[in-house]
Ligand binder design. Structure first.
Ligand SMILES: Cc1cc2nc3c(=O)[nH]c(=O)nc-3n(C[C@H](O)[C@H](O)[C@H](O)COP(=O)(O)OP(=O)(O)OC[C@H]3O[C@@H](n4cnc5c(N)ncnc54)[C@H](O)[C@@H]3O)c2cc1C
Length: 428
């Protein structure tokens, strides 16, 4: 960073390269800093339930290491991640773009944000401030290890989700939990998306702390069947995957309550795992769905546009129904998958080169619809290059101007992943 600053070379940070919204695309040439070799677990504090990591550590390899101590880093991205580096790094969106995951309902999004990332250190350019020497990059620690602190501005939160536009994260403390003793999965199929999402609302209102609730629409379930990625033949209907994490009795009671609520919504079927192996198999179906969607591509050259929005759970049915109706009327092959427990859903849209303008228009309408319903244009993929222009609509121009001032204060030469999140020049 010192070299880049002296030579005024723009820098884009790169970890796993799995982000969706052009987050690490280069707008100004310059260097890409790859964190692949900063992949060490620096310290594990079992008694404090936290772990200090470098940014290149992938969540799966971290969990392998933690398992030896019967600990768990709970975020569970909706998809199966294999051992290729590309997929190992899914952990990092959690840090650099805002994120949610399958088990947010249980472990809590805010709680993780506060605990997991702290303290962060990052290299940043503060040469413009009078008490820093110019032409220097600085490493700062944004806070100490305790999960609770009110010492000054919460810079950790500021850098979380900043997509490498304010500084580069070199180290983070992640909150971990004790490995759950009992995990069970239940799967409920419904006649409509509305019934499924209303069931989620009821479960949330019942106060049951389900570890995760995931939605697959009928097309996604069809993909699962056609891809043959699981042994089971699934009912091709909107389906909820529930994951429970409790004592043995607790799990049994929770499943009974959720089953009752699903039946109250007129569900078509309800299955639950009798043992751990069956739970793993059922959950794996949810995690392999992205690969399954390839089964619905019309042509091999089709491109996949994976995009996301998040809303209050009470608005999800309207949002998903209207978005699906729009996609269907445009004739685009698509499926909808959601971390519905926290109101986040993804549309996976397949399109050919000729269909690109149609896909763009649908995504545009989806985003506007989300804002009209008091939702957000992205729940976890980040603003990147694609969603940044919707921020004024969602938050107001004044808020975006404030973000730009923060960017200017921390990166006055605009060297760090410029033009992501907020435009720094009108035409970039
Ligand atoms: C199949 C699949 C399933 C997914 N499921 C989920 C899910 O359930 N929940 C969820 O939240 N997300 C999910 N994601 C998104 C995923 O979490 C992100 O794509 C991933 O975490 C991004 O991390 P990465 O290491 O690939 O970052 P990259 O794509 O390399 O970078 C992301 C951004 O962070 C910046 N950056 C990289 N390294 C640093 C650094 N050291 N310091 C500062 N900035 C940096 C980059 O410049 C870029 O702007 C999924 C993605 C895929 C592909």
């Amino acid at each position: 960073m010192k070299f880049c600053h002296t030579r005024r070379i723009p820098v884009v940070a790169f970890s796993g390269g799995t982000s969706f919204e052009g987050n690490f695309a280069n707008t100004r040439r310059g260097l890409c800093i790859d964190f692949g070799r900063m992949a060490q677990v620096l310290a594990l504090h079992k008694e404090d339930l936290d772990v200090v990591v470098q940014p290149g550590v992938g969540y799966e390899e971290l969990n392998e290491r933690l398992k030896e101590e019967r600990l768990l880093f709970p975020p569970d991205p909706g998809m199966f991640c294999c051992t290729e580096r590309y997929w190992l790094k899914v952990e990092e969106l959690m840090m650099f773009t805002h994120r949610s995951w399958s088990n947010d309902r249980w472990y809590g999004r805010n709680r993780l944000l506060r605990h997991k990332r702290l303290p962060l250190r990052h290299d940043e350019e503060l040469g413009h401030l009078p008490h820093y020497r110019p032409h220097r990059s600085t490493i700062i620690k944004t806070r100490q290890r305790p999960s609770k602190s009110s010492a000054g501005y919460d810079l950790s939160r500021l850098f979380t989700g900043a997509e490498g536009t304010l500084g580069l994260v070199t180290e983070a403390v992640l909150k971990v939990t004790v490995l759950p003793q009992n995990e069970r999965v239940a799967v409920a199929a419904f006649s409509s998306i509305r019934e499924a999402t209303q069931c989620v609302s009821r479960v949330v209102q019942s106060g049951i702390q389900v570890a995760a609730v995931e939605l697959l629409d009928a097309v996604s379930v069809k993909c699962l069947n056609e891809s043959g990625s699981t042994d089971r033949e699934w009912e091709e209907a909107p389906t909820l995957f529930f994951r429970f994490s409790e004592t043995e009795n607790g799990v049994r009671e929770e499943i009974a309550v959720v089953k009752g609520l699903a039946e109250g919504m007129g569900n078509k079927s309800f299955i639950f795992a009798e043992d751990e192996q069956e739970s793993t198999d059922l959950w794996m179906a949810r995690k392999t769905i992205l690969w399954g969607t390839a089964a619905v591509e019309k042509n091999d050259d089709d491109k996949l546009w994976a995009t996301d929005c998040a809303l209050q759970v009470s608005r999800l049915s309207d949002m998903i129904e209207q978005t699906k109706a729009d996609l269907e009327s445009c004739g685009l092959v698509h499926c909808v998958i959601g971390h519905v427990g926290d109101g986040n859903f993804h549309s996976a849209i397949f399109y050919s080169d000729e269909e690109k303008p149609i896909a763009e228009a649908v995504v545009h309408r989806m985003v506007e619809r989300a804002i009209e319903m008091e939702g957000t244009v992205t729940g976890e993929h980040g603003a990147g290059l694609v969603k940044r222009d919707y921020l004024p609509l969602e938050l107001g121009q004044g808020t975006v101007d404030a973000m730009r001032r923060v960017k200017n204060a921390l990166d006055p030469l605009c060297l760090l992943n410029c033009d992501k999140v907020v435009r720094m020049e009108a035409d970039r």
